[in-house]
Design a protein. Structure first.
Length: 290
């Protein structure tokens, strides 16, 4: 998955990189921001990686559903991936109804009508959404579909949607003490975006690395340390880092508790190129692409 490490130049960091290069810089978006957009009655959207922070090729956000609220049938012009962050959701895709639990993920292709319901009359529902465009369209559609109850089942092979249930997801280790799984990728039907769930045990981390596309990383459990070219950030409570393509970064769990994230790339398949940790720490000056 990873290419050969970039050879270190050995040049000390003596100047501010942004004063010498025109590269886009990372942005940190608060997961507790009150800057919410109402997309339908009882449904609010907190934008994460969005046009406002300069992301390219995708966008992410958190949809907040009041008890018993519903976002009715609609279509997008790009891929969308929906991951449940709290409570349970009922999702209908052209009449097929699925029940989704914590961290279950549904990918809906462009042009496929779907709706989301919060079935609880008491609890709020939170859903992480990822789109394959910075400004996706949302066109509401008439509910004229024959009803099919799928509830705990998966889509049939001919259905355009795809579901990954977290309990059955294939796990892999990118570094000691970590556990990852892909929730939506090109091989699972998404176009222009991929993403998944990552869990870090205390004292674990990924090596310093870069991507060929922008990344959105939302911390959904615990506290993460984010290192980007000498900068250091503490993220928790759905805080999100938008890291532009070609910018060395890494995430570490320096706490005593488990840390977990939802990551999204503006590319159809995951890919990471490792580089020397001193580029993330700011000890060496990065002269790579970005």
């Amino acid at each position: 998955m990873a290419r050969a490490s970039v050879r270190a130049s050995g040049i000390p960091r003596s100047t501010v990189l942004s004063s010498r290069f025109s590269h886009r810089e990372e942005k940190i978006i608060s997961g507790r921001s009150r800057n919410l957009v109402e997309i339908f009655s009882g449904v609010l959207l907190r934008e994460l990686a969005s046009q406002g922070c300069g992301v390219q090729g995708m966008s992410t956000g958190i949809a907040l559903f009041s008890p018993a609220s519903e976002l009715p049938y609609h279509r997008h012009d790009v891929s969308e991936a929906l991951t449940v962050l709290s409570a349970e959701a009922l999702v209908r895709v052209e009449g097929r109804t699925y029940q989704m639990g914590l961290l279950d993920c549904l990918h809906v292709p462009a042009g496929v009508a779907h709706s989301v319901i919060n079935p609880s009359g008491k609890k709020k529902l939170m859903i992480h959404s990822a789109f394959g465009a910075v400004r996706p369209r949302r066109d509401f559609a008439k509910d004229s579909f024959a009803s099919v109850e799928r509830i705990g089942d998966l889509p049939d092979g001919e259905d355009p949607e795809h579901i990954v249930r977290i309990a059955q997801a294939t796990r892999y280790e990118l570094a000691q003490g970590t556990s990852f799984c892909d929730l939506f990728t090109g091989r699972l039907g998404s176009v222009g975006i991929c993403g998944g769930y990552g869990e870090f045990q205390p004292a674990s981390s990924l090596p310093c690395h870069i991507h060929d596309y922008d990344e959105s990383i939302s911390i959904i459990k615990g506290t993460a340390t984010c290192r980007v070219m000498g900068a250091r950030y503490q993220l928790s409570g759905y805080d999100t880092a938008m890291v532009p393509s070609g910018r060395p970064h890494r995430f570490l769990n320096e706490s005593r508790d488990v840390m977990a994230m939802i990551w999204v790339y503006a590319g159809s398949e995951p890919h990471r190129s490792t580089v020397d940790a001193r580029f993330c720490n700011g000890e060496w000056e990065w002269r790579g692409r970005g």
